[in-house]
Every structure is written in structure tokens, then in C-alpha cells.
Design a protein around this ligand. Structure first.
Ligand SMILES: [Zn+2]
Length: 269
């Protein structure tokens, strides 16, 4: 309780002393056009969260990437959208956010069933480490921001993993709220995941990104991207998953799409 009160006091002070200026905020909204789906109190809350996010997390550019406050604000806005109704503490404390100019390679060691250790060095657009940093490719962050309704957003993806990791492994089930039912969540996600994997295995063209078939953890992260960027598509393909994510994120992005002219939605698809 004492810690909570102190944190609230410190955050109130940050908002008082270091608010994003009107010019910074307008610039950031322009950089992240997905915010056009928000209005009124939602925008005010996003502005507060983004202000705190920039102050409470460490941002570092690597491999020659010169990270400016404007970059940090664009990342902050996209990272704060999923926790708009949950608060920053849903991410479990502050993080280091490491930004490469473009895709990066990290050694990924894994052991197969014969005990042989493999090292993969696939190019990555983002990465989230348990108890560690979130790593992002700026080229992918910029692309995510520029195309608000295509269902691809590397920032939302990696921060969805962070939420998932609050429950231990990134296994596709973050800690659920008390008013949610674990069985209903499991049925919705297991059914959709099985369906998606079967389509990928059968080489059927999938409406949602094939990458979601990698694991239940990736499925949750990719469905979270669609939930915020292409809720109409997710709702059409997997309505039960949409319903569970609506309860989990405590947001209804499908309703927000009503604020966007239909031709803009088509244009970005
Ligand atoms: Zn992932």
C-alpha cells in the first residue's frame, strides 16, 4: 500500500512537471495514426500513459541508430495502447527498450529431442526477453505505425509477449482477470490455434499471418496485433478469440473502427 501510494505520488509529479507538450503530443499522434480511432477520455489516458512510459523506461539506440525523443514517443504510444485500461503496471515494472535501425540477428540456442544444440540466426524485427529488454527494429516500428489497419504491429506484438510472461512462460495465456473464465479462454484460443495450424499445414492461404502457427505464445501475440489494428478481420475469423481479448484488454477496438472512414480501412489492408 505504501509503495503504491508513493508510486502514485511520483507519477502525479511526473505528469505535472514533465508533461508532453501540446506540440509533442500532436506530432506523436500524427506519427501513430492508429490513435485516430481513439477519442476523448481514451486519448487523455493514452497521453498520460505515454508521458509516464517515456520517463519510466530506458531507451537505447544500437548499431548506429540515433534514437530521439520523437522515436521514443512513437514507441511509447504503441506500447501503451494495449494497457490503456490496465495501466503501465500490467507490464510488471520498467524495461530497457533497445532499438536497432532495422532487422537484427541474435543467436537463438535451442536443444532438439536428441539433445543437440542448434543456433538459429534468423533476422528479427523484435524480441521480448523475460525479465529483460524489449528489442525492436526501428524500420519495423515505423512500418507498423504507418499502416494502422493491416494487423502488423511489432510494438504491440512484443509487449503482448511481456503481458504473457507475467504468468511465467510466454505460453499464450497471460494472467487473466478475476471476472474471466480460464476454461472459456482455453477453449477459444485452443480451437482457433488448431484451426489456424491446420490451415497452415494444408498450405491453405490464411486470412491471418501464418507466423501465428509457431506456438500458442506467438498466436496470442499475433492475435493481439489484429485485435488492435484489424479487429474486424479477427472478429470475422475468430469471434471467440476477439471476445476473450476484449475482456482481457478491457477495450473494444471493433467499435472504434466506426470512427474511421471505410475507404481508409480498405486502403491499408
Ligand atoms: Zn513473437
Amino acid at each position: 500500500m505504501v509503495l503504491g501510494a508513493w508510486k502514485r505520488w511520483r507519477r502525479a509529479r511526473t505528469l505535472r512537471r514533465h508533461p508532453l507538450s501540446a506540440a509533442e503530443w500532436q506530432e506523436a499522434l500524427g506519427d501513430v495514426p492508429l490513435t485516430r480511432t481513439l477519442a476523448g477520455a481514451e486519448l487523455d489516458r493514452l497521453r498520460e500513459l505515454a508521458t509516464l512510459f517515456v520517463r519510466e523506461n530506458d531507451f537505447a539506440g544500437v548499431r548506429g541508430f540515433v534514437l530521439t525523443p520523437r522515436h521514443a514517443r512513437a514507441i511509447a504510444i504503441q506500447a501503451c495502447l494495449p494497457v490503456l485500461e490496465l495501466g503501465l503496471d500490467a507490464y510488471g515494472g520498467s524495461h530497457s527498450i533497445v532499438v536497432y535501425p532495422g532487422e537484427f540477428r541474435t543467436d537463438r540456442r535451442w536443444e532438439d529431442e536428441h539433445g543437440i544444440v542448434h543456433v538459429d540466426r534468423d533476422p528479427q524485427s523484435g524480441e521480448a526477453w523475460p525479465e529483460g529488454p524489449v528489442v525492436l527494429s526501428w524500420a519495423d516500428v515505423a512500418e507498423s505505425a504507418e499502416h494502422p489497419f493491416d494487423g502488423y504491429n511489432v510494438v504491440i506484438h512484443e509487449f503482448a509477449h511481456k503481458l504473457d510472461m507475467r504468468g511465467g512462460d510466454a505460453n499464450g495465456t497471460p494472467p487473466l482477470h478475476r471476472d474471466m473464465d480460464a476454461g472459456t479462454w482455453q477453449r477459444a484460443f485452443a480451437g482457433a490455434y488448431a484451426h489456424h495450424c491446420a490451415q497452415v499445414d494444408a498450405a491453405v492461404e490464411t486470412a491471418l499471418d501464418e507466423y501465428a502457427a509457431e506456438s500458442p505464445g506467438e498466436f496470442f501475440a499475433v492475435m493481439s496485433e489484429y485485435f488492435f489494428e484489424a479487429p474486424d478481420l479477427l472478429h470475422r475469423e475468430y469471434p471467440d478469440v476477439y471476445g476473450q481479448l476484449r475482456l482481457y484488454y478491457r477495450q473494444d477496438p471493433l467499435r472504434r473502427l466506426e470512427r474511421v472512414p471505410p475507404d481508409e480501412l480498405d486502403a491499408s489492408g
